[in-house]
Design a protein around this ligand. Structure first.
Ligand SMILES: Cc1cc2nc3c(=O)[nH]c(=O)nc-3n(C[C@H](O)[C@H](O)[C@H](O)COP(=O)(O)O)c2cc1C
Ligand code: SF4
Ligand code: SF4
Length: 257
C-alpha cells in the first residue's frame, strides 16, 4: 500500500485485534493500530490514506457500533482507500462487504476484504464450542491466511473475501435476513446475575460502549450493548450473560497465544 496507513478495529474477546495487528504489522510496521472506541480513532483515519478496518461478524452483519462509527463520521471516508477485515466463528457470507458497502457510500475506495475464521466468542452458548487443540489449530490457520494475504497485498493483489455479489447473496439469505432484528439496534438484553456480581466494576471499565455502571455494588447494564462479549468473557464471577442463561466457557484469545 502506498502512502500512510492506519488500522482501526472493534474487538470484544481479542480475535479481531490480533488479526488486524498481525496484518497491519506485516504491511507497515509504523502504522498506528487503534481501537475504535479510543479517542485517537478518528484522527488516525484523517491522517491516513490507507485504512484497515476490522470487526467481528455478528449474525452475518457488522456490529452496530462499527456501523455507527462509519455513519457518524461520514465525512472522514471521502477519498480514503479502505481494506475490510472481518473475523468470524464459522460463516458470514459477506462479513467484510457489510462495512465495505457503507464506506463506499461515503466516498471511500474499497481495496479488498479478508475473512478470518477464529474461535467463537459467544461464551454463553454451547454452539460451535471446540477443545483447546482445535482452537489452537484454528488460530494457526488464521495466522497462515493473514501471512498469505499480506504477501499478496505487497504484490499488489488484494483479496476480495465477502465483496462480490454471490457473497452478498449468501450473507443476506444465509443468515442476516433471518436475524436482522439482532443487529439493527443496540441490545438491552444484557443480564447480570445479582447473586454472583461483587461490584468490582471491571465490566464497566472495559465496555467500549460505556454501557455498564456500578450502582449499590452491583453492575447495572443499560441499553447500548454492541454485543462484543468483552465484559462477559472477563467477569471474574461469570455473572454476565447475553444470548444464553449461563456461561458455558469464557473465551479470551490471550489464553491461547
Ligand atoms: C453476538 C455474536 C454474533 C456472532 N455471529 C456470528 C456469525 O454470524 N457468524 C460467525 O461465523 N461468527 C459469529 N460470531 C463469532 C465472532 O464473530 C467471532 O468469534 C469473532 O472472531 C470474535 O471477535 P473478537 O474476539 O474480536 O470480538 C458471533 C459472535 C457474537 C458475540
Ligand atoms: S465484572 Fe462481574 S463481578 Fe465485576 S462488577 Fe461486573 S458483573 Fe459484577
Ligand atoms: S455491555 Fe459487555 S457485551 Fe455489551 S458492548 Fe459492553 S462490553 Fe460489550
Amino acid at each position: 500500500m502506498e502512502g500512510h496507513c492506519c488500522a482501526i478495529y472493534l474487538s470484544g474477546t481479542g480475535n479481531t485485534e490480533f488479526c488486524v495487528s498481525k496484518l497491519t504489522k506485516l504491511l507497515d510496521v509504523n502504522a498506528p493500530i487503534v481501537a475504535m472506541e479510543d479517542v485517537g480513532a478518528i484522527s488516525a483515519v484523517e491522517a491516513s490514506e490507507n485504512i484497515i478496518i476490522g470487526y467481528p461478524v455478528q449474525y452475518s452483519d457488522a456490529p452496530k457500533m462499527v456501523r455507527d462509527f462509519i455513519l457518524q463520521n461520514a465525512a472522514i471516508w471521502k477519498g480514503k482507500k479502505v481494506f475490510c477485515l472481518a473475523t468470524m466463528g464459522a460463516f458470514s457470507g459477506d462479513g467484510a462487504g457489510c462495512a465495505a458497502r457503507l464506506l463506499k457510500k461515503f466516498g471511500a475506495f474499497v481495496l479488498g476484504g479478508l475473512h478470518i475464521k477464529m474461535p467463537d466468542s459467544v461464551c454463553d452458548s454451547k454452539l460451535l464450542k471446540k477443545n483447546r487443540a482445535e482452537k489452537m489449530e484454528i488460530i494457526r490457520c488464521a495466522e497462515a491466511k493473514i501471512e498469505h494475504a499480506a504477501m499478496d497485498i505487497m504484490n499488489g493483489k488484494f483479496p476480495h473475501d465477502g465483496l462480490g455479489f454471490f457473497s452478498h447473496f449468501i450473507g443476506l439469505f444465509g443468515q442476516r435476513l433471518w436475524f436482522y432484528g439482532k443487529t439493527r439496534h443496540y441490545s438491552d438484553k444484557l443480564k447480570i446475575n445479582k447473586e454472583r456480581c461483587v461490584g468490582c466494576g471491571l465490566c464497566a471499565r472495559l465496555c467500549p460502549m460505556k454501557n455498564l455502571t456500578v450502582e449499590n455494588k452491583i453492575a447495572v447494564p443499560h441499553e447500548k450493548c454492541t454485543m462484543c462479549y468483552r465484559c462477559i468473557s472477563r467477569c471474574p464471577q461469570k455473572a454476565i450473560t447475553l444470548v444464553g442463561k449461563e456461561i458455558v466457557e469464557q473465551y479470551r484469545l490471550e489464553d491461547f497465544i
